[in-house]
Design a protein around this ligand. Structure first.
Ligand SMILES: [Zn+2]
Ligand SMILES: [Zn+2]
Length: 306
């Protein structure tokens, strides 16, 4: 299960009700801040999430409405929030801009108050631990080096209690050994192997996050079957021309991707002040009914559909 917190859901400039792009994905002890628009540190405080363990930041692309908050965050960390390390992952163009912002404006030669690492993102696995995997995939927007992020829980083989019962495996440590993939000797002296009591492999929950995005055709394969998809919906269909011109999606296009790729649930963000939230929801729901238009401080749990 993944937890998804929206901290900022506005497109390009903040509105009275919406801050700029930022969201936190949590899994187990891991937390990832995705994008860090201006004002994100205050949103983190207001959300109650706090700064603990929030030392991995994934940036979707280098536009200012997604990165300016990094300056404030680092400035605060320089004063009082003690963290040991800060890792910022981004494509090459975004990373160059972030480097200028942090080293040129905030630090200006000062030593960062923690191990500060700017890590270039390329397509593929970024982080893997005990079967949990975070990977990056390319996204088309304006300019080079835009990335989406995929979070995947470890796959598992379910333990078949009835089989274990029939084979005389008592509840307790022997079953745990089998789950861990090791054969055991049961009380009557027979050996039972994991294959006898474990069902077929069942993939874990998949959550995908796409930031700003100009087209969806190249995302169908990577999104296919995901349990949750976060993606922008900056425009409505009536202004599809503008969406195309500025490299953004309409709510209809985002929902079209969700339908084609058979997503579990669609979360729309990067909402423009020019529309009412209800219109965005309605347009998307006509194409794909399992949809939410995110608001600041919304929290969702993403689980496998079945
Ligand atoms: Zn944006
Ligand atoms: Zn953008």
């Amino acid at each position: 299960m993944f937890e998804l917190h929206f901290l900022g859901t506005s497109a390009s400039a903040p509105s009275i009700h919406r801050g700029l792009s930022a969201q936190v994905v949590s899994y187990d002890e891991y937390r990832f801040l995705i994008d860090c628009g201006e004002g994100t540190q205050r949103q983190i405080l207001r959300s109650g999430l706090g700064f603990r363990r929030l030392h991995r930041i994934l940036i979707t692309h280098g536009h200012l409405d997604h990165i300016l908050g990094l300056a404030g965050l680092l400035s605060t960390f320089m004063r009082w929030e003690a963290i040991d390390e800060l890792e910022i992952y981004a494509g090459a163009f975004a990373l160059e801009r972030i480097h200028d912002l942090l080293h040129g404006v905030v630090l200006r030669g000062a030593k960062p108050p923690m191990r500060l690492r700017l890590i270039p993102v390329e397509t593929g696995t970024l982080f893997e631990k005990d079967g949990f995997r975070l990977s990056a995939f390319p996204v088309t927007h304006r300019g080079p080096g835009c990335f989406g992020y995929a979070f995947e829980e470890p796959s598992r083989r379910p333990f078949l209690n009835e089989r274990a019962e029939a084979l005389g495996v008592p509840p307790g440590p022997l079953r745990r050994e089998l789950v861990a993939g090791r054969s055991v000797v049961v009380p009557d002296g027979r050996t039972v192997t994991p294959d006898e009591v474990l069902g077929p492999v069942r993939r874990g929950t998949r959550l995908l996050h796409v930031g700003d995005c100009a087209k969806t055709e190249d995302l169908v394969d990577v999104c296919r079957g995901a349990d949750g998809l976060v993606i922008e919906a900056t425009y409505l269909d009536v202004e599809a021309g503008l969406a195309g011109e500025f490299g953004h999606l309409t709510a209809r296009q985002a929902a079209g991707l969700a339908a084609t790729a058979a997503i579990g649930h669609l979360y729309l963000t990067h909402i423009s002040r020019r529309y009412h939230e209800k219109e965005v929801l309605q347009e998307a729901a006509e194409v794909f009914p399992r949809v939410s238009v995110a608001r600041d401080f919304d929290r969702f749990e993403i689980r496998r559909r079945d």
